[in-house]
Design a protein around this ligand. Structure first.
Ligand SMILES: [Zn+2]
Length: 269
């Protein structure tokens, strides 16, 4: 049973920024960045965080014979609280069974989507997914197998999930097009590109968030936009509503352990 002396609570006051406050507590810039990411869903640091707000840390005291308190040289607090007026936000250190460490809000231990919804910073949706629509170029009724994101020519286009490049090149209608294969049953298509990312080639691999090309108006297109398709088992689905694949769910036993630890630690602040 842990006692109060197993832990140490430290507190710093925000002067310039969250990162500098965290580093004054003795943490590295890398840990400060991890914490900033964990808080990002709840706190807009530029808008919400003010000079004088408190940041509190719970550290584990080294046990007898132990000299290290974190991952190698990385000092990692078990929990961090930001107090903004009467409100507070907590994140907690969680190590999975493989020893990977990350910070999560108390209820934030949900797996991240392994596919993002939007492949481009778009201005508007210029055409929705539709089983049948009048194609503005061919003047024929055809299904619209994807969604069109209007964006200026040259806007970067990102892979929405990890995968491999199935096709890079030009096709009638699509113009310059990239097709990616992801973990089954998903595949994606990006059409009307002005050009491809340097070094992109069929058979290569991509990571979620990699730039694969740039918005253009090649093929059957009347203005710069990205035509984006998501297929599940080869069948086009509406990219705006398709169920996104998730990372491996965290095992229930780990979740229970995390919930117990967060309750115990939050009581120490
Ligand atoms: Zn389209």
């Amino acid at each position: 049973m842990p006692s109060g002396s197993d832990y140490q609570v430290a507190s710093v006051t925000v002067e310039r920024s969250f990162a500098s406050a965290v580093q004054r507590a003795g943490l590295s810039a890398a840990v400060a960045a991890m914490l900033a990411r964990a808080f990002a869903d709840e706190i807009d640091f530029r808008r919400d965080l003010k000079r004088g707000n408190a940041v509190k840390f719970i550290f584990e005291n080294p046990q007898d014979g132990e000299t290290e308190t974190g991952d190698g040289d990385l000092l990692m607090p078990l929990a961090v609280r930001i107090e903004i007026g009467p409100r507070f936000h907590d994140v907690f250190l969680f190590r999975d069974d493989d020893g990977n460490a990350s910070y999560y809000p108390k209820h934030g231990l949900e797996p991240e989507p392994a596919m993002s919804r939007y492949p481009v910073a778009f201005r508007r949706i210029s055409s929705h997914f539709a089983p049948r629509r009048l194609n503005p170029v061919t003047r024929r009724w055809l299904p619209h197998d994807g969604v069109d994101f209007a964006a200026p020519a040259g806007t970067p286009v990102y892979a929405t999930a990890d995968g491999s490049v199935a096709f890079v090149g030009s096709q009638t209608g699509y113009g310059n097009v990239v097709k990616l294969r992801h973990r089954p049953p998903y595949s994606t298509t990006f059409a009307h590109l002005s050009r491809f990312a340097d070094g992109l080639r069929a058979g290569g691999s991509v990571k979620q968030g990699d730039v694969i090309g740039y918005v253009g108006s090649t093929g059957w297109s009347t203005a710069p936009h990205l035509h984006y398709e998501v297929r599940v088992n080869g069948v086009p689905q509406d990219p705006l509503s398709v169920d996104l694949p998730r990372e491996e769910p965290i095992r229930t036993a780990e979740l229970e352990r995390f919930a117990q630890e967060t309750g115990r630690l939050a009581a120490l602040f």
